[in-house]
Write a protein that binds this ligand. Structure first.
Ligand code: KG4
Ligand code: ZN
Length: 341
């Protein structure tokens, strides 16, 4: 690989309910990006069923990989390395991708690059913003994680604050479920909230003494559930749009001031956002307004790169590869692993 100026990596992502394969050149240029969401299937059960997720990944991963090669107009020998999300995520789902990627790398005689899923979410920004380079701050808000990270280099991360309990996306999904909006709930709550009055329902804002950048969403989630159940018992009508708007406002109040405080604390002037919740329109507007008044340059990836996808894994993989972070055939999946491992 030495001296080669264009490095093409095929990346496999199967940590939750999207099977995704992408080919990315030099961490920034997407040559193909195939994503198959299982959301409709899991919606029947009100949330992701891990066993079903694993089985669906197995069913489609080979065909999606063929499509990724075809869309990019490349043959298998044109790629330089195989990358895969190996942590964190649903263990059975991760194992499908890891097993497949190991076999592909072995068969092609190419290096295998293990990628941390949350590092991948952050790297979605490298695709959207070719000029963006570390150091910068990143607010990561997904279905399983919510954290503020100092991205010191492409492969060095310091967690400045994180949720003590539920992730923001999890709270969105539970709120949607109790309002009967369906799964996955974040986008549905976002749409519902557009016609609501955010001042109508008073929802709690958690504050953790001595850990100003840490967050908590379980109290907010419980408050919404209790409010809806109480109204049902009393036979009262819930103004769903206003409850959704009040909920979005509470989430923004948790995330935006902490992101600004993290910028003040570290002196960073660039803030990126990442993860499924980064698609939230209220969060985007609130961050835009706050960033302007704090003199911070804000980066948010397009909606297509906020949710799980293979391109973000291929982007991060390139930088891991440059650091020599490759694995052998003994690579295993891990359900939990901190970003600063
Ligand atoms: O990053 P992601 O695709 O998967 C994980 O790694 O978890 O995030 C999925 C989460 C779900 O909880 C989903 O409800 C939420 O992102 N989400 C949103 C929006 N779109 C997706 N939350 C709020 N507003 C949205 N527009
Ligand atoms: Zn994700």
């Amino acid at each position: 690989m030495k001296g080669k100026s264009y490095v093409k990596i095929i990346a496999i992502e199967s940590s939750c309910d999207e099977t995704a394969v992408s080919i990315v050149e030099n961490g920034r240029r997407v040559l193909s990006n195939v994503v198959l969401s299982q959301a409709d299937m899991h919606a029947l059960y009100g949330g992701v069923v891990p066993e079903i997720a694993s089985r669906k990944h197995i069913e489609c991963i080979t065909a999606l990989t063929e499509k990724a090669f075809a869309d990019a107009g490349l043959s298998k020998n044109d790629i330089d390395a195989v990358a895969v999300t190996y942590a964190p995520g649903l263990i059975g789902a991760l194992l499908v991708g890891v097993g497949f990627a190991k076999a592909l790398a072995f068969a092609l005689g190419k290096p295998l690059i293990p990628v941390h899923h949350i590092r991948g979410h952050i790297a979605a920004n490298y695709i959207a913003f070719p000029e963006l380079e570390p150091p910068f701050l990143c607010l990561v808000a997904s279905g399983g994680h919510t954290l503020l990270v100092d991205v010191k280099s492409y492969t060095e991360f310091e967690i400045l604050g994180s949720t003590r309990d539920d992730a923001a996306g999890e709270a969105f999904d539970k709120c949607a479920r109790v309002l009967g909006a369906g799964y996955p709930g974040g986008a549905k709550i976002d749409a519902l909230a557009k016609t609501g009055d955010k001042t109508k329902y008073k929802l709690p804002r958690a504050h953790i003494d001595g850990a100003e950048l840490d967050m908590s969403f379980s109290g907010l989630k419980t408050a919404v559930i209790n409010l809806v159940h109480r109204a049902e018992q009393l036979g009262e009508e819930i103004d769903k749009a206003s409850l959704a708007a009040s909920f979005c406002d509470a989430v923004c109040d948790a995330l935006v001031p902490r992101a600004m405080a993290a910028a003040v604390k570290t002196g960073r002037k660039k803030l990126a956002i990442a993860g499924g919740v980064a698609a939230n329109s209220f969060l985007r507007t609130a961050l835009q307004n706050a960033s302007k008044s704090y003199g911070i340059e804000l980066f948010f990836p397009p909606l297509s790169l906020c949710g799980d996808n293979g391109a973000m894994i291929g982007a991060q993989a390139y930088f891991e590869f440059l650091q020599g972070n490759t694995a052998g055939c003994d690579l295993n999946a891990k359900a939990t692993l901190s970003i600063d491992f």
